[in-house]
Design a protein around this ligand. Structure first.
Ligand SMILES: Cc1ncc(COP(=O)(O)O)c(C=O)c1O
Length: 322
């Protein structure tokens, strides 16, 4: 990946003149069956550009209460896009299309009209759970509104369920995807959609300070990740499964939720809280993320090998039994 970055041909991407970025955007758009894509510095920016495309200031977005766009983007939808959000209860990936459709408020005065719906695939706080394709189809049919997919980890859903990326592309008006995280690029995300929406996305990206110059070096890392690191995600999924099964005896893991590369430890009913567990584990070289006071997240990725999983099992077993 570092070699690909060093050898990348570059140009000024603010003017759309970087050939490596152009090639990446074209190949990702094609993979999802859309007309265009735009390279962005982060998943948050890609999501927020999409929300601004689909929801006018003062309009409303429906999303899950635990959605990344609602919970972990520092209020950007409201603070930057003027987007108000209304949420359905935290159900992770277990969406109820009829319940969501029933929340839609039509255009009219004085209630805030619903402009779009956002879905996360895979679902981060749902423990990497995959939203079922049939559920997504039912949601599209029931909603009749533009749908956005926060697909930071959509590659994992693609590998876990074998659903073609273009099938997801057909269901969503806009998607965001990340090349960092499980795919292992140092940075980079894309927002995907129609050519006219992506032309507008370029304006919004510049407005938010996301225009980048000779950024082909980063696009080259992303292209390398897409070429070499997608099918191997199955290894991460198998390692997450092994980790989850080894820790299930402590009563902190819902094995049925472990489908991809995320293992959530629900510490309710134990004496531990997530921060304390993370600090104790970090002291023994095992890194986990405290997501909520009672919820810690373990992620497998290309820098975690079998020995790393063994080590995590050993250390966490020790900490959980005390
Ligand atoms: C589901 C989801 N969406 C979006 C993002 C945002 O990505 P970034 O950290 O690149 O802004 C993340 C980050 O972890 C995520 O988990």
């Amino acid at each position: 990946m570092r070699r690909a970055m060093a050898e990348a041909e570059v140009g000024d991407d603010v003017f759309g003149d970087d050939p490596t970025v152009q090639a990446l955007e074209a190949s990702v758009a094609t993979a999802f069956g859309h007309e265009a894509a735009l390279f962005c510095p982060s998943g948050t920016m890609a999501n927020q550009i999409a929300l601004q495309l689909l929801v006018p200031p003062g309009g409303e977005l429906l999303a899950g209460a635990d959605a990344h766009v609602v919970t972990y983007e520092m209020g950007a939808a409201a603070a930057i896009g003027g987007v108000s959000t209304r949420t359905w209860p935290s159900v992770g990936a277990a969406l109820d299309p009829d319940q969501i459709a029933a929340m839609i408020r039509p255009a009219g005065f004085p209630s805030v009209p619903t402009s779009a719906i956002a879905v996360e695939q895979t679902h981060n706080l749902g423990g990497g759970a995959v939203v079922d394709l049939g559920v997504l189809r039912a949601l599209k049919a029931a909603a009749g509104l533009p749908l956005h997919c926060d697909g930071a980890r959509i590659w994992h859903a693609h590998v876990a369920d074998g659903v073609p990326l273009a099938e997801y592309g057909r269901l969503f008006d806009t998607l965001s995807v990340c090349l960092s995280k499980g795919l292992g690029a140092p940075v980079g995300s894309l927002v995907i959609g129609s050519a006219s929406r992506m032309a507008q996305a370029r304006v919004i990206r510049k407005r938010m300070g996301g225009g980048m110059r000779q950024v082909g070096i980063l696009a080259a890392a992303g292209a390398y990740a897409l070429q070499h690191h997608v099918t191997r995600l199955a290894d991460d999924h198998a390692r997450a499964r092994r980790l989850a099964e080894a820790l299930a005896g402590f009563g902190v893991v819902d094995l049925s939720a472990v489908r991809t590369n995320v293992v959530l430890l629900d510490l309710t009913g134990t004496e531990l809280d997530a921060r304390a567990l993370a600090a104790a584990a970090a002291g023994r070289d095992v890194l986990l993320a405290p997501m909520l006071p009672h919820l810690a997240r373990l992620i497998t990725h290309l820098d975690v090998d079998d020995a790393g999983v063994d080590r995590a099992i050993e250390v966490l077993s020790d900490l959980l039994k005390t």
